[in-house]
Design a protein around this ligand. Structure first.
Ligand code: CP
Length: 650
C-alpha cells in the first residue's frame, strides 16, 4: 500500500507561494487531461475519506470527483449525523479510525479549529474543507486559480471583498493569500460583520499591512460613481499593500495613489448558520447586481462568489462575461485533483516538508484556561482536548495576551503564576521575559482572577500582614443566620436545590444544607459548580445523575462576593441545565465593589474592603470534626503590587 506523507492543509498559509504556483500548473495539466477525456491513474489504489459534518455541494463533490478522476476511490458517510458522531464519538476518535481505512481525509466541521484537531489526531494527511468560520483553504485555491486566469496575475490586483466578512471562512483564507501574493484588498463588510481582529492582526503583524475603511453604502463610490482617490493609502514599502477595513468616511481617509481599476468583486452570502439566532437577518444585506459593474472603475472587474448564493448576487449577472463564479465552482475538480497530485509529488519526493514558519511556542497553562470563543473546538471536544495557546504577537501592557492555537482567537489574562513557587503576580510588561521563560520550562500558570489563583493554592508574590476578621464561632453564627434567612424567605424547603461554587462556596453549601435540614426536616439536594471546569462543571454531592433545576428554587452559595464575576459565570452554567423558577444568592461575606449588578439575597456578614484587599475564607472540609472546625477563620490582607524589577522575580 502506498502511503502519503503527512502534509495537512489546515490553513492556506500551510502552502508556500511556490507550492501554490505548482498546484496551479498541475491544475492546468489536469484541466487539459479532463478535456481530452484522458483516463488518469495517478491515485490508483488510494482511498480518500470525506467527513462532512456540515452541508456541502461543491467542496465535497468536487473533492470526490477529483479522486475518482485520478483513479482513486472514495469512502464517505453520506450524513455524519448517521455516523457514530451521532452516538457522541469524538472528532479525534473518528479521524484516528477513518485514517486507518483511508490514505487521505477531507473534513468539514462547524467548529472553529476542528481541522487542526483532525490533522493532529489522524494518521494520514487531512485537508480542511471548512472549519467553522475560520478557513476554507481549498476554496481559496479555486478562487486564486480563476482570478489569475482571468487577470493574468495576482500581484497588484485590487479585489473588493463584500458581505459577511466576520463568519465567511472563504474570505479569511482569501485575505491571507491575496496579502501574500501582493494584491490590494478593499473590504466592504456588512455592518457588524467586519473582518475579525484575529484575521487583521495576522496579516498586519506578519505582512505589515495598514488598514482603513469602506462601508457597504460606499460600494458605488468604490465602483467609480464617486471620488475614490482618497480611499487608497500609499504603501509604506514595496509590496506592502493596503487593506481597507475601518469605519472612516471616505473623505476622512488620507489620500494616496489610487489604482485605476477594481479587478474583482468577491461577494459572499450571509453565513446565517453561524448567527446566534438563525432567524434574524441584518436589516439590509448587500445585493450585488449589474449596476455595480457600470462604474468607471469596475467595468473590467470580474464578479466572484464561492457559492452557494442566496439573495446577495443577482441572477441577471450569470450571463455577463465578467461573472466568474461558476468557473470557480467548476475549477473545484482540476484544482482539487492538483492538490491530490501535489500530495503524490510530496510522497514521491519522500521527504517531509519543513514547517513554513517557525511555530511560536505552544503551551497549556495550568490550570487549564478555556478559550474565549464559544465556537472553538476546544469548548466542544473538551473531554480530551486541553486548550492550548501561543503568546499573541499583539501585546497588552497590563494583561497577558494569548492566542488560542486552534481557533486563533485572542484572550487576555490579568494574573500569571509559576507552578513550582506557587506564587502569582499581576501581569505587567516587566514580567514578559519571565513568562517566556516559564513557557519554555512548562511552568506558566495563568489566572483570570485572584480568586482563581487562590482556589488553586497560589499565594500572591507579596502580601501585607494577615488579620483575622471572623473566627470559628462567628462563622458558625453567620451560617446559622444565613439558614434562618433562607427558611424564612423560602418556607417550601422541598423545592430547594442548593448549589455551592467550588471550592469554599461548596463547603458552605453543605453546612447550609445541614442547618436548613435541622430547621425544616427536609434535606434539599446539593450540587457543586466549578466555574473553571468547562468539561464537567456540575456535580451532585450525593451522587446520582444530573439534577434538573427547572421549576425549582436554587440557592447559589459562595464564600466571598466581590466583583460578581464568579456568580455570573455560575449562573450561566446553571442556566445551561434548565430554567430554575428562581435563583437566590447566599454569600458568607459581601465585600461590595460589584462590577456586575448582582446583589446577594442572603448575606452572612458585610465587610466593605478596598480593591487591593483580599478576604480569604478558610473552612475545614470535614465539618463533622469539631476539633478541626474550630480552625475555621476569615482573614483579610492586602496584595502588594507585583514586582517592578526583573531581578525580583523567581
Ligand atoms: N463554496 C463552498 O464551500 O461550497 P459548498 O458549501 O457547496 O461546499
Amino acid at each position: 500500500m502506498r502511503s502519503l506523507l503527512k502534509c495537512d492543509l489546515v490553513s492556506i498559509d500551510d502552502l508556500t507561494l511556490p507550492e501554490i504556483e505548482r498546484i496551479f500548473v498541475l491544475a492546468d495539466d489536469f484541466a487539459v487531461a479532463l478535456e481530452r477525456g484522458e483516463k488518469l491513474k495517478a491515485a490508483d489504489g488510494l482511498i480518500m475519506a470525506t467527513l462532512f459534518y456540515e452541508p456541502s455541494t461543491r467542496t465535497r463533490l468536487s473533492f470526490e470527483s477529483a479522486m475518482h478522476r485520478l483513479g482513486g476511490s472514495v469512502i464517505s458517510s453520506a450524513d455524519m449525523h448517521a455516523s457514530s458522531a451521532a452516538k457522541g464519538e469524538s472528532l479525534a476518535d473518528t479521524v484516528r479510525v477513518v485514517g486507518s481505512y483511508a490514505d487521505l481525509i477531507v473534513v468539514r466541521h462547524p467548529r472553529d479549529g476542528a481541522a487542526r484537531v483532525a490533522a493532529e489526531y489522524a494518521p494520514c494527511p487531512v485537508f480542511n474543507a471548512g472549519d467553522g468560520s475560520r478557513e476554507h483553504p481549498s476554496q481559496t485555491l479555486c478562487d486564486l486559480y480563476i482570478l489569475r486566469k482571468r487577470k493574468g496575475q495576482l500581484k497588484g490586483l485590487t479585489v473588493a471583498i463584500c458581505g459577511d466578512l466576520k463568519f465567511g471562512r472563504t474570505v479569511h483564507s482569501l485575505i491571507y493569500a491575496l496579502a501574500r501574493f501582493g494584491a490590494n484588498i478593499v473590504t466592504v463588510p456588512q455592518a457588524g460583520m467586519e473582518v475579525p481582529d484575529y484575521v487583521l492582526e495576522r496579516i498586519a503583524i506578519e505582512r505589515n499591512y495598514r488598514f482603513s475603511t469602506v462601508s457597504m453604502g460606499e460600494l458605488s463610490s468604490l465602483a467609480g460613481d464617486g471620488r475614490l482617490d482618497a480611499l487608497y493609502l500609499t504603501p509604506k514599502a514595496p509590496h506592502q499593500m493596503a487593506l481597507f477595513t475601518s469605519d472612516l468616511p471616505l473623505s476622512d481617509l488620507p489620500s494616496g495613489k489610487a489604482p485605476a481599476t477594481l479587478d474583482a468583486f468577491y461577494v459572499t452570502r450571509l453565513q446565517r448558520e453561524r448567527l446566534p439566532d438563525r432567524n434574524t437577518s441584518p436589516e439590509s444585506y448587500v445585493h450585488f447586481d449589474a449596476r455595480a459593474l457600470k462604474g468607471s472603475r469596475s467595468q473590467g472587474a470580474v464578479v466572484m462568489h464561492p457559492l452557494p448564493r442566496t439573495d446577495e448576487l443577482a441572477y441577471e449577472l450569470d450571463n455577463d462575461p465578467r461573472a466568474a463564479y461558476f468557473e470557480q465552482a467548476a475549477a473545484g475538480v482540476p484544482v482539487r485533483m492538483a492538490l491530490i497530485g501535489w500530495l503524490l509529488e510530496q510522497a514521491a519526493r519522500g521527504e517531509q516538508r519543513h514547517p513554513l514558519a517557525p511555530a511560536a511556542p505552544r503551551f497549556r497553562p495550568q490550570p487549564a484556561l478555556r478559550c474565549a470563543n464559544s465556537n472553538c473546538v476546544t469548548r466542544h471536544e473538551s473531554a480530551y482536548l486541553a486548550p492550548r495557546f501561543t503568546l499573541a504577537r499583539s501585546s497588552g501592557r497590563s494583561r497577558l495576551m494569548l492566542r488560542c492555537d486552534f481557533c486563533e482567537r485572542e484572550l487576555s489574562a490579568e494574573f500569571v503564576g509559576h507552578v513550582r513557587t506557587r506564587r502569582f503576580y499581576r501581569f505587567d510588561e516587566h514580567l514578559r521575559g519571565y513568562v517566556r521563560q516559564w513557557i519554555d520550562e512548562k511552568s506558566l500558570a495563568v489566572f483570570e482572577s485572584v480568586k482563581q489563583a487562590e482556589e488553586n493554592g497560589y499565594e500572591p508574590y507579596r502580601r501585607g500582614p494577615q488579620r483575622e476578621i471572623m473566627n470559628a464561632t462567628e462563622i458558625a453564627r453567620a451560617l446559622d443566620e444565613l439558614a434562618a434567612q433562607v427558611v424564612t424567605d423560602l418556607p417550601d424547603a422541598g423545592n430547594l436545590v442548593i448549589a455551592g461554587i467550588i471550592s469554599h462556596g461548596a463547603l458552605i453549601a453543605l453546612r447550609l444544607r445541614e442547618l436548613i435540614e435541622a430547621r425544616t426536616a427536609v434535606r434539599p439536594p446539593c450540587l457543586t459548580l466549578d466555574v473553571y471546569n468547562t468539561a464537567d462543571p456540575v456535580r451532585l454531592i450525593d451522587g446520582g445523575d444530573e439534577i434538573d433545576v427547572t421549576g425549582r428554587t436554587v440557592i447559589l452559595v459562595d464564600d466571598v462576593m466581590h466583583t460578581g464575576w464568579t456568580v455570573q459565570r455560575a449562573m450561566a452554567i446553571l442556566w445551561q441545565r434548565g430554567r430554575p423558577a428562581a435563583v437566590k444568592l447566599a454569600v458568607l461575606i459581601d465585600r461590595g465593589h460589584r462590577a456586575i449588578p448582582i446583589r446577594p439575597n442572603y448575606v452572612g456578614k458585610n465587610i466593605p474592603t478596598a480593591q487591593s484587599e483580599r478576604v480569604q475564607v478558610r473552612l475545614d472540609p470535614d465539618p463533622g470534626d469539631s476539633q478541626h472546625k474550630s480552625a475555621d477563620r476569615v482573614v483579610i490582607y492586602s496584595i502588594l503590587e507585583s514586582i517592578k524589577e526583573p531581578a525580583a522575580a523567581p
